[in-house]
Design a protein around this ligand. Structure first.
Ligand SMILES: Cc1ncc(COP(=O)(O)O)c(C=O)c1O
Length: 381
């Protein structure tokens, strides 16, 4: 029997909506994308929202919209997915890496304070796997620096709420979500959403994602001379399709079910594994409602991590590590940080394993995987 690390949950509901788009034969710049943006905005009380082709594309367009001086500094977490680092370099800006707190997934606020200077243009905070970073404390630090923009990479935290029960993304300049296949909801494999209270930012992104056209064909179609548009900005084609949006709308309706189902599985995992002293679980003080996509465990050291990973792979258990090495240790980024500045991230990364977690799993699957893990530790003793 094979246990998949992750699986999307698409059924007839999504298929029915895809078929409607096929029958309508209107594939891009249409009403379904608009509807997805509205539904998303209303569900989480965001002021403005716009779809994009991916979270990475959204982050790129947010950074581009800031119009920062070349080589301005963008503070990002060393423990990170590639997106925030990539878009920083692509915009000719300089990534400045900050560490995590010791034995924690929370970014280290002292490390953040030390890295802020007159060249800092923005901070991109990456929330990790369903739990929120200390946005309120970060905002307090930034009060003295009103020009520095706070951006959230919210790919992992759709629907999560902070200490004040506020949805992620309401307190920052902009937040960007991902609807990739392993995320809490998917818009048929790829897609993203940018939210912001700044209407101007969202209008700018609407132009940039559509080649830089002053008006999309959807908005022009009611006008006389509907072919007329201006190009003033260096845009790209980062739009979401009608099919992706149709799937996104349907998945969004199931969000609570997806979060709850994963929570049930996580509790089951924790119940079976809690007696193994060599395993720790992810934890955060800044989240009231978590929205966990992966089940991440923390082992004692790299040796145990690597042997357990190999043991589980042989048993056909899909595992991964999110993320080792930290982003700042990858070749492309090495020159932007000193190892001594990011020791906690390096240490934590070596101890992690991601175990299977998705809504098609059963508690029986969890039990079987936990049995393998127990056997592994038993054999070790
Ligand atoms: C934290 C984080 N940010 C961004 C992304 C990229 O998302 P997308 O594939 O939608 O560009 C990922 C992808 O897994 C991610 O883990």
């Amino acid at each position: 029997m094979k246990f998949f690390l992750s699986q999307p949950n698409l059924d007839h509901d999504e298929f029915k909506e895809i078929k409607k788009i096929y029958n309508r034969q209107w594939l891009i710049n249409g009403p379904v994308v608009k509807k997805f943006e509205n539904n998303f905005k209303n569900k989480f009380h965001y002021k403005n929202a716009t779809t994009v082709s991916s979270c990475t594309a959204g982050l790129e367009l947010v950074l581009k919209s800031l119009d920062l001086k070349p080589k301005s500094e963008i503070i990002i977490s060393s423990f990170n997915f590639i997106s925030s680092g990539l878009v920083t370099l692509q915009q000719n800006l300089k990534p400045v890496f900050i560490d995590l707190k010791k034995n924690s997934f929370d970014i280290c606020l002292d490390s953040l304070k030390k890295k802020i200077n007159k060249n800092t243009g923005a901070i991109i905070v990456t929330h990790f796997n369903g739990y929120l970073q200390p946005i309120n404390s970060i905002k307090k630090i930034l009060k003295k620096y009103p020009k520095i923009k706070l951006i959230e990479d919210a790919a992992h935290v759709l629907g999560a709420t902070d200490e004040n029960k506020t949805y992620v993304g309401q307190k920052s300049y902009a937040a960007v979500f991902s609807f990739g296949p392993t995320k809490m909801i998917t818009s048929a494999g790829m897609g993203g959403m940018v939210v912001s209270r700044e209407k101007k930012l969202i209008s700018n992104i609407n132009e940039l994602k559509s080649y830089g056209m002053s008006k999309s064909s959807y908005d022009r179609k009611k006008n006389a001379k509907s072919w007329v548009y201006e190009i003033k900005k260096l845009g790209n084609n980062y739009r979401m399709t009608e099919i992706q949006a149709a799937v996104g709308i349907t998945q969004l309706k199931k969000l609570n079910y997806f979060i709850n189902k994963r929570n049930i599985l996580i509790k089951e995992y924790e119940k079976f594994l809690k007696n193994i002293k060599k395993i720790n679980f992810q934890y955060s003080n800044f989240t009231t409602n978590r929205s966990v996509i992966y089940f991440v465990i923390i082992l004692k050291n790299q040796l145990v991590r690597d042997s357990l990973a190999e043991y589980l792979r042989e048993k056909n258990v899909g595992i991964s590590v999110h993320w080792d090495p930290p982003l700042s240790n990858h070749y492309l980024f090495k020159k932007f940080s000193k190892k001594s500045d990011i020791t906690n991230s390096i240490l934590l990364a070596k101890k992690l394993i991601t175990l299977p977690l998705h809504t098609k799993m059963t508690t029986k699957d969890v039990k079987k995987i936990c049995k393998f893990i127990k056997n592994f530790f038993h054999e070790q003793n």
